[in-house]
Structures are given as C-alpha cells and as structure tokens.
Design a protein around this ligand. Structure first.
Ligand SMILES: Nc1nc2c(c(=O)[nH]1)N[C@H]1C(S)=C(S)[C@@H](COP(=O)(O)OP(=O)(O)OC[C@H]3O[C@@H](n4cnc5c(N)ncnc54)[C@H](O)[C@@H]3O)O[C@H]1N2
Ligand code: MOO
Length: 403
C-alpha cells in the first residue's frame, strides 16, 4: 500500500500535456497558452485623447483663463490626418480619438466654457501631455507580451484581441472516458428495482471532469462479466484518460484490475493508505493514465479530487494543479485513525481566523455530508487532535463571501 504523497507523486510524474490546438479566443478562456505571443504593433496604436474636451497647444495657455478659436472636431473613429491645431486654436476631441498634429495637451470639457460654437475658454492651468495616451505606452511593438504556459483569463483574452489574434494555440482539453461497473447499476431515469441502485458516480465524475476543464466521454455501465468489461474498457483506453468506478476492492466480482491487466494496462499502485479511498489504483496504457476509483460515491469524489483533478490539470498544461490549503482551528476534537483521513468539513471565518468543524457523518456511504462541506481536512494517520488545535484543510471550489 502506498502513502498518499507517493501516490500523488506517481500520478503527476506520469502525466503530461496531451497536445495543442487552435481555438477561437472566447473558447480559450481557462485554457493554457501554448505559444509565446509578440505584440504586432504598439498599443495604443497612436497618441489619443483620454478625455472628451479640447486638444490644445500648451504654449497658448500660459495664463488662464484664455480664449481659443475652435477650428475642428475629432470624434473617435476618424483619422486626424490633415488636422492641425494652429497657434491660438483648439480642436474639439472625444475620448479615444487620435490626437491632431500641433496639440500637446487635452483639456477636459469640464475645465472649459464654450463661449460659442467657435470659441472656447480654458479655465484651469494646462500641463504638457495632460490627458494624452501615448502611442506604445502600454505595449511596445515586438514585445513578448504572453509566455507559453499562461492561463488565459479575460484580461489575457483582451490583450490577444488587441493584438489582432482571432484564435490562439492552447493546450488541448483531454477527453476522459468514464466507465462505471456493477450489475446493481441502472441509469438515471429508470426507477431502481430490487437490489438496484442508480449509476450516480458516472454523472458525478463527468461533472467533475468538466469542472476540471476536461471533456467527459461517458461509456455507460460494464456488467460484472469479463466480456462486458473488455468491450467497454477497450473503448475507454482509446481516450486521453480512463476513469473506472467500483469493482476494484476485494469483492468476488471485482474484475476491473484483472481485465485492465489483460488489456495491457501497467499498474503503478492499487491501494493507498487513505480513508476514504483505499481501493484506488493507477496505471498507464501506452502512456495514457488509467484511474480506478472506489465505488462508494463519497470515496469516488474524494479520490477524484485528490488524484484525478490535479492530473487532468497537468494534462492541460497547468503548472499549479493543487487547490490551496489553509490552516484552520478545530471546533471539536478528532480521534486518531490508522490511515491518513480526508474529512469533509465546514469552514467558518471569524475576523482573520478560520475555524473548522465536521460537516457531518463521515461514513463513506453518507453523501449528505458532502453537501455541507466546503473543504477537506487532511488528517495524518495516528493523529489525535483536540478542540483548538490547528489542522490543514484544502478548499473545495472557489470560496466566495457574501457582499
Ligand atoms: N473485504 C473488503 N471489502 C471492502 C474493502 C476492502 O478493503 N476489503 N474496501 C471497502 C471500501 S473502503 C470501499 S470504498 C469499497 C469499494 O469497493 P469497490 O470499488 O470495489 O466498489 P463496489 O464494491 O462495487 O461498490 C461499493 C459501493 O458503491 C456503490 N456504487 C458502485 N458503483 C456505483 C455507481 N456507479 N454509482 C453509485 N454507487 C455506486 C455500490 O453499490 C456499493 O454500495 O469496498 C469496501 N469493501
Ligand atoms: O474508499 Mo472506501 O471507505 O475507503 O469508501
């Protein structure tokens, strides 16, 4: 049986990017850039006004108030070619419009009085360069603005768009096959008969795969016989990764490992010293990962979170693949366990401190506890804790606070 740390390390050492693809910009959000991007031009493209107002020559405004003749109008979207601010004159200009020749300052409309359509009075002192956005002040042409490996957020998308890229090379999202096993399973939408339960793991795993940025491919249910396993596992092994659910512990019909062995999967471990999730196995098929997760719905979710999610993120080119942990103070004591434990917990914040309490019954059949959990406490084996002790918890999902 391997330790949790060794299991995670083995997985992460054996997965890598599944390749790159070109995608339209909007679809690239959340994906990892696969190319360095150079700015093809300066940004801003040309000097322009940061205010609605008047383009002026500073030397005409030495002593204010002063009166200037309005000789033109520059809205955004027009060229300033052929327009020059002559001595004693001003050009009415809108935010974003190109700065006309001769002008070296913009006076916001609030600091002027329009005497008539033809004249304007400048009331406030004027400094050279004020309210002008200079060509290239943000980004210089030829500058390396984004490195391969960058996670694309809306800000990066904005920059890529400004650099004229309608599509971009990103790390491809892996296709992840999901196979549940068991004669007791029926698909959702069917009312379970005697001895039957609904195959909820497939949907939970597919949702978790999608949430991790990958593409789920649901294979259905392998029945508890070799042929059914063989047929669906062959399909699953063609995907970038395969996740199986159940059939991996000591049961008489637990065929998953036997059949995957037969198909040529090389297992690197098949039991981990954790609770829940002891019967978790990991193998490789032609370099592609195979995760065999326990059938208990809670164990399935916990092992996905701890082992599969980091792997799927790494396969998408992410360098940071673990959710953050924080130290929190226990509200209640914890008994020691013989294996490292993952306890579903609820966090509360008081001032700058985080407090943690059990989210409910920790038996792995009890899904309700997961609904109340917003973090998982990582409790080492043989460790008893008293109320008031600090423990490490891993946040689940994004932590938002009420406005
Ligand atoms: N003698 C032993 N028995 C068990 C051991 C052990 O080490 N020795 N380990 C226990 C632990 S821990 C777990 S977890 C389970 C895992 O067993 P399997 O992964 O082989 O899964 P099954 O026995 O087939 O099912 C367990 C449980 O989960 C339900 N299940 C299965 N598939 C689904 C699904 N797709 N959707 C929803 N629920 C599912 C299934 O009905 C069972 O109740 O083994 C212990 N036993
Ligand atoms: O994986 Mo089992 O308890 O460890 O649910």
């Amino acid at each position: 049986m391997v330790s949790f740390d060794d299991a995670l390390k083995t997985i992460l050492d054996n997965v890598s990017s599944v390749g790159t693809e070109q995608v339209p910009l909007v679809e690239a959000v959340g994906q990892v850039l696969a190319e360095a991007v150079l700015a093809p031009w300066d940004l801003p493209l040309w000097d322009n006004s940061a205010m609605d107002g008047y383009a002026v020559r500073r030397e005409d405004c030495h002593s204010v108030p002063c009166r200037l003749r309005v000789t033109g109008f520059l809205p955004a979207g027009v060229s300033a070619e052929g327009i020059t601010v002559q001595p004693g004159c001003a050009v009415r200009i809108m935010t974003g419009a190109p700065l006309p020749d001769g002008a070296d300052a913009v006076v916001p409309v609030e600091e002027t009085d329009e005497t008539s359509g033809e004249q304007v009075t400048i009331r406030e002192p004027v400094a050279v360069g004020q309210h002008i956005r200079r060509r290239g002040e943000d980004i210089r042409r030829g500058e390396r603005i984004l490195e391969a490996g960058t996670v694309l957020r809306p800000s990066e998308i904005s920059l890529l768009a400004s650099c004229g890229k309608p599509q971009v090379a990103v790390q491809r999202r892996p296709v992840v096959a999901i196979l549940s096993t068991g004669d007791e399973l029926v698909e959702v939408g069917t009312v379970p008969g005697p001895g039957q339960i609904i195959n909820s793991n497939t949907l939970a795993l597919a949702a978790a795969v999608r949430e991790a940025g990958a593409i789920p491919r649901v294979l259905g249910i392998a029945r508890d016989n070799r042929l059914s396993h063989l047929e669906l596992m062959r399909q699953g092994l063609a995907a970038d990764a395969l996740i199986t659910s159940a059939g991996i512990s000591a049961g008489d019909r637990d065929l998953v490992r036997v059949v995957l062995d037969e198909l040529g999967v090389k297992f690197l471990f098949w039991k981990v010293a954790i609770k829940p999730g002891k019967p978790t196995a990991f193998g490789l098929f032609e370099g592609r990962p195979v995760f065999c997760l326990p059938g208990n719905p809670v164990a399935s979710m916990v092992t996905f979170e701890e082992f599969v999610r980091p792997a799927l993120l790494k396969m998408q080119g992410r360098r940071k693949v673990l959710r953050p942990t924080l130290r929190a103070t226990l509200r209640e004591p914890l008994k020691p366990g013989s294996r490292m434990r993952f306890l579903r917990v609820a966090l509360e914040r008081e001032g700058e401190r985080w407090y943690v309490r059990s989210a409910g019954n920790q038996e792995t059949g009890i899904l309700r506890t997961s609904l109340a959990a917003d973090a998982v406490a990582l409790v080492p084996a043989h460790t008893a804790c008293a109320a008031g002790d600090e423990i490490t918890v891993r946040l689940l999902g994004e932590q938002l606070v009420a406005p």
